[in-house]
Design a protein around this ligand. Structure first.
Ligand SMILES: NC(=O)c1ccc[n+]([C@@H]2O[C@H](COP(=O)([O-])OP(=O)(O)OC[C@H]3O[C@@H](n4cnc5c(N)ncnc54)[C@H](OP(=O)(O)O)[C@@H]3O)[C@@H](O)[C@H]2O)c1
Length: 294
């Protein structure tokens, strides 16, 4: 398969690039230098030259070092997360190729009223429509709304990526570096499994639509900390905020999404996602401290 990739230089895109190549597919990276994705017709023109079989979009605006940064760069955040998917949909439709979009589970907060995780049928409850969200989450929910009627597209929801490689963007590294932690229950995505599952959507010919690509189950922050300590990855004495309101007062500018997602649609479709505790344990057993310079 010949795959066009947007956002190949980012955290998620770089893993896609390496898995696309290791699976023996042909990779064509489309970067800012190749075309301005916001100019109508530019991406179509580039796709006509490259002639890929499919496209994968990992371009988006995340805010660095965290989502608080989106609050002060709203135009770029809205453009990258909501306008861009619409532009890509238009170009892919015009050229007649299927594509996949990396979305986020951060458009939900908490759990369903019945205590279960949110499914792909549940409407986002952490979005501009609820007026309760960070600007980042609002734009990611808008991005999904824009794609709601696109027929040949996968929307893959990534949630709090982690892996065995120490990096400033890895959840397991972040927990070790923060001074104080917020206790919360979340679903998580092991990054390599997320990317493999997304690529499998094409190779297994899975039905187009939205998929929660999270490792089955959920964990609390203190459970993850206990796993980090038990694996001998950190000897640090971890401190926790007394409450979410203390966290909001001392360490955050905008509300965070903490949520549980149900990944059974992905599992039923045949995608492989290891239960979350097992996936965490494996990453910690294979922990690669690297020399993180980011
Ligand atoms: N990381 C997470 O925790 C997380 C969690 C859930 C969902 N996601 C979603 O996953 C996607 C990828 O995130 P990431 O963490 O990999 O982000 P990242 O590391 O910031 O990478 C984003 C990539 O997108 C490219 N890009 C952004 N705007 C572009 C534009 N207008 N034209 C061309 N390229 C553009 C960037 O290129 P430049 O380097 O040239 O700027 C960069 O390569 C995003 O949609 C994000 O919302 C991420």
């Amino acid at each position: 398969m010949h795959i066009a990739l947007l956002g190949a230089g980012g955290l998620v895109g770089s893993i896609f690039a390496s898995q696309i190549q290791s699976r023996g597919h042909r990779l064509s990276v489309i970067s800012r230098q190749d075309c301005d994705l916001y100019v109508r017709g530019e991406l179509y023109k580039r796709l006509a030259e490259v002639s890929p079989d499919i496209l994968i979009n990992c371009a988006g605006y995340t805010g660095k070092p965290n989502v608080d940064a989106c609050e002060t760069d709203k135009a770029n955040c809205l453009a990258g997360n909501a306008v861009l998917p619409g532009m890509i949909a238009e170009a892919c439709d015009k050229i007649g190729i299927a594509w996949g979009h990396v979305s986020s589970g951060c458009i939900f907060t908490g759990k369903r009223l019945d205590g279960a995780g949110f499914t792909e049928q549940d409407p986002p409850n952490f979005s501009f429509r609820q007026n309760n969200c960070s600007f980042y989450s609002g734009t990611k929910a808008l991005g999904e709304e824009i794609l709601a009627d696109v027929s040949r597209c996968y929307i893959w929801r990534l949630r709090i990526p982690f892996s065995n490689i120490d990096s400033s963007r890895n959840y397991l590294s972040k927990l070790q570096r923060y001074d104080t932690l917020l206790e919360a229950e979340n679903s998580l995505s092991e990054l390599n499994e997320f990317v493999a599952a997304a690529l499998d959507c094409f190779s297994l010919n899975i039905e187009f639509g939205t998929y929660n690509l999270t490792n089955p189950g959920s964990v609390t922050t203190s459970e993850v900390v206990a796993l980090i300590q038990a694996a001998g990855v950190s000897k640090k004495q971890f401190q926790f905020f007394d409450s979410e309101s203390e966290f909001m007062r001392l360490a955050a500018k905008t509300p965070r999404s903490n949520c549980v997602l149900d990944s059974s649609k992905a599992l039923t479709a045949g995608l492989r996602l290891t239960p979350v505790r097992e996936a965490l344990q494996r990453s910690l057993d294979q922990w690669d401290p690297q020399t993180c310079t980011e």
